[in-house]
Design a protein around this ligand. Structure first.
Ligand code: UT7
Length: 326
């Protein structure tokens, strides 16, 4: 390594997949007692994508991964690891990540799934960054892929209008760079299992007698989200000796426009600096941050060299933040 350079994880490609079927708020109002006005005003959501039967977490994750590799110009055989964050895997095992591995032909990689609900992408980024910094891998796909429509209770208007399906992936590659000049600067992870009953799925293969549907105390999650996310973003800035003035973009988890706006405002960012996709995708859990990143990188808003702050909170509760210089 040249003098003064350090090994870091640099984001070199991003890809996505959204199911073909789009469902508007008006269509949701035909299923439950709700309205476009209520959903828009309380959440900012206008529509969501719902997966067809063939659009599983593996199918969508593979499509997103292929695009990320193509954008980076990297052969699938050069991938060392696939970390797939999901709460809606194709099967209890094998991991959805290995189905993606087979589908994209990344036969030299190892793969595993990561369960951290809506914080899954930040957790995945953190694990991948650790593997790269430690020299255990050079090229890692971090994927968020979710089909929440399979675990939604379509009789509960308090939750079914909030979520959607989709996937996105990033490729992280080891590069020797000047400190702070490029790559994942730091990641910050938290969880508090005492708050597990605030947002959960009431069943799984280990509890087959339960329905396996999502349950949420939205008001309580909302209350915790604003406080915990603000503290996580400050933690990321402090760890790097940076201030809010240094941030070019906030790419937050997309659960609720009011939470997004509130964190952006506390950080002193302008509305234009905050990437919002919740209106189009609703909450796609572990896929929401990379989907937003994909959108803002593809439309030319986020540029090389800029500093991007990521944050998320979800079931667990889990929460965290990450700072990346692109
Ligand atoms: O990604 C994981 C993290 N998840 C989140 O961050 C979600 C956090 N929570 C939220 O986004 C918000 O709490 C919600 C959007 C879920 C709810 O918004 P709210 O402003 O907290 O509403 P609320 O739960 O206090 O409910 C207000 C009213 C209630 O009626 P009453 O009791 O005041 O008569 C609800 O029954 O709105 C009613 N309501 C609805 N009305 C029409 C709840 N859902 C609906 C609906 N349509 N879909």
């Amino acid at each position: 390594m040249s003098e003064g350079l350090i090994r870091r994880s640099v984001l070199t490609g991003v890809g996505h997949y959204l199911p073909e079927k789009i469902t508007s708020n008006a269509e949701m109002a035909l299923r439950v007692d709700t309205s476009d006005d209520w959903i828009t005003e309380r959440t900012g959501i206008k529509q969501r994508h719902f997966a067809g039967s063939h659009e599983t977490a593996a199918f969508m994750g593979a499509a997103a991964a292929r695009e990320a590799l193509a954008k980076a110009g990297v052969d699938p055989l050069a991938v060392n690891a696939i970390i797939l964050a999901t709460s809606t895997p194709d099967q209890a095992f094998p991991a959805t990540a290995v189905h993606v591995q087979a589908a994209i032909g990344a036969h030299n990689a190892f793969g595993f799934d990561l369960a951290a609900a809506c914080s899954g992408f930040i957790y995945g980024l953190s694990v991948a960054d650790g593997l790269i910094r430690a020299g255990q891998a050079d090229n890692i796909l971090v994927i968020g892929s979710e089909v929440y429509s399979r675990i939604l209770n379509f009789e509960d208007r308090g939750t079914c209008v909030l979520f959607g399906d989709g996937a996105a992936a990033v490729l992280l590659q080891a590069r020797d760079v000047a400190p702070g000049s490029k790559g994942v600067l730091s990641t910050h992870l938290h969880s508090d299992g005492r708050l597990a009953d605030m947002l959960y799925v009431d069943g799984a293969v280990g509890q087959p007698e339960k329905s396996g549907k999502l349950v949420m105390n939205g008001r309580e999650v909302f209350r915790h989200a604003v406080t915990l996310l603000s503290s996580a973003v400050n933690e990321a800035l402090t760890a790097n000796g940076l201030t809010n003035k240094d941030i070019d973009w906030l790419v937050p988890h997309q659960a609720n426009r009011r939470i997004i706006d509130s964190v952006g405002k506390k950080l002193g960012l302008t509305e234009a600096q905050v990437v919002v996709t919740v209106d189009q995708h609703a909450n796609t859990s572990a896929a929401s941050i990379p989907l937003a990143l994909y959108q803002a990188m593809s439309d030319g808003r986020i540029l090389p060299g800029q500093l991007v702050l990521l944050e998320a909170l979800g079931g667990g509760l889990t929460w965290g933040s990450a700072l990346i210089r692109l």
